[in-house]
Design a binder for this molecule. Structure first.
Ligand SMILES: [Zn+2]
Length: 306
C-alpha cells in the first residue's frame, strides 16, 4: 500500500496509507485549477471550469516546487457532511467547481486527488484568497446531519450513531460501507460526550452538535500534517491557540490570512460577504488538543528525519 503524498512530482512517505489519484482505486479531483502565484502551467486554468486532462501539465517541476513552497502555508481541515470519502467524491464530481486535495475516510485511508501544485476550490476564506495559500483535507463526518432532529440535507430517519457499551458507533449504510478500503471496518467516534455522545459548542455564532471523528482519522491527519510540513515547510506544525484561555479558539481568527500552519475552515471563514458563506467545520467534536500535542511531540522527537 502506498504511503506517499506528492507535490510537483516530488513525494514524501508519511507512514499512513494514501491512495493516489492515478493509482488503482484512486479518486481524481474533478475541478482542479491553477494557482496564481505559480507560473509553470497555462494561466487559463486559474479561474476556468475544468479543461481536458492534457491541459494540466507542469512545465518545470523543480521551478514549480520552489514557487509552491513559497506560496502555500496553510492546511485547512474540513468535515465533508458525507457518509464516506466515496460519497464526498461523488458530491465533488456532481459540482462544477468543488474539489479537495485530500479526502480522509472513516478508516483512516487518505485519498490524494491531484498533485498539490494545483488549486482546489474548498475555502475561499473571508478575503477570497484562501485557496491560493492552502492545501485542503475533507474528513468524512456527517456533522449535525447525523442527528435526526437536525438533519436537513440527508433527512435521516433516526440518529446515525448508536451506543455500544461505552462507545458510539456510526451506523454506516451498507452502500457506503462497501466503499471503505478496510473490509468490515466499524467506525467508532474517538470520544463520546457524556450520556448523549455528541459534542455541542458554538462556532461562528451557531451551536454545532456532532459526534467525534475516528481514531484512525486523527492518526492519519497527524501523519498527513507532518508529511506536508516536510514537503511544504511553511505549513508549520502548529494550530491556532489562545495562550490566555489555554485553548484553541473555534471562531474565525483575526490573523487568518497570514497564519502559517494547520487550521479549520471556521478559522478562516465567517462569511457575511457576498458569495462567502459562514463555516463551522471541522466542528465542535474536533479534538484540537490532540493535534497540538502530537505536533509538539513531533517537533521535540521527530519520527521522520528532516
Ligand atoms: Zn469546509
Amino acid at each position: 500500500m502506498s504511503q506517499k503524498i506528492v507535490a510537483c512530482e516530488k513525494s514524501v512517505e508519511i507512514g499512513s496509507p494514501v491512495v493516489l489519484w492515478n493509482a488503482a482505486g484512486g479518486l481524481a479531483c474533478p475541478n482542479r485549477r491553477g494557482r496564481s502565484a505559480c507560473t509553470q502551467h497555462n494561466s487559463r486554468l486559474n479561474n476556468k471550469p475544468p479543461e481536458p486532462a492534457a491541459e494540466y501539465s507542469i512545465a518545470d517541476p523543480t521551478q514549480a516546487y520552489d514557487e509552491l513552497k513559497n506560496s502555500v502555508y496553510q492546511l485547512i481541515i474540513h468535515y465533508d457532511v458525507c457518509y464516506s470519502s466515496h460519497h464526498c467524491h461523488q458530491i465533488m464530481t456532481e459540482s462544477t467547481f468543488k474539489g479537495s486535495h485530500f479526502y480522509l475516510d472513516l478508516d483512516g485511508t487518505l485519498y490524494q486527488t491531484c498533485d498539490l501544485y494545483w488549486k482546489t476550490n474548498t475555502a475561499p476564506a473571508d478575503d477570497r484568497k484562501g485557496n491560493e495559500r492552502a492545501i485542503h483535507v475533507e474528513m468524512a463526518n456527517l456533522s449535525w446531519e447525523a442527528l435526526q432532529s437536525e438533519s436537513d440535507w440527508h433527512k435521516v430517519a433516526s440518529d446515525q450513531y448508536r451506543q455500544r457499551k461505552d462507545r458510539w458507533e456510526f451506523l454506516l449504510p451498507d452502500h457506503w460501507k462497501k466503499t471503505l478500503r478496510t473490509p468490515n471496518f466499524r467506525a467508532y467516534a474517538a470520544r463520546g460526550y457524556g450520556q448523549r455522545g455528541y459534542f455541542s459548542r458554538q462556532i461562528n455564532g451557531k451551536i454545532v452538535r456532532m459526534w467525534d471523528f475516528t481514531d484512525d482519522q486523527y492518526n492519519a491527519l497527524i501523519r498527513l500534517s507532518i508529511g506536508l510540513n516536510q514537503l511544504l515547510p511553511k505549513i508549520r506544525l502548529r494550530v491556532p491557540y489562545d495562550s490566555k484561555k489555554k485553548r484553541t479558539p473555534l471562531d474565525r481568527i483575526r490573523n487568518y490570512s497570514t497564519f502559517e500552519g494547520v487550521l479549520g475552515h471556521a478559522h478562516v471563514q465567517k462569511g457575511g460577504i457576498e458569495g462567502v458563506s459562514c463555516k463551522y467545520d471541522p466542528g465542535s467534536a474536533f479534538n484540537w488538543p490532540r493535534l497540538r500535542r502530537a505536533f509538539a511531540s513531533e517537533i521535540k522527537h521527530p519520527a521522520f528525519p528532516r
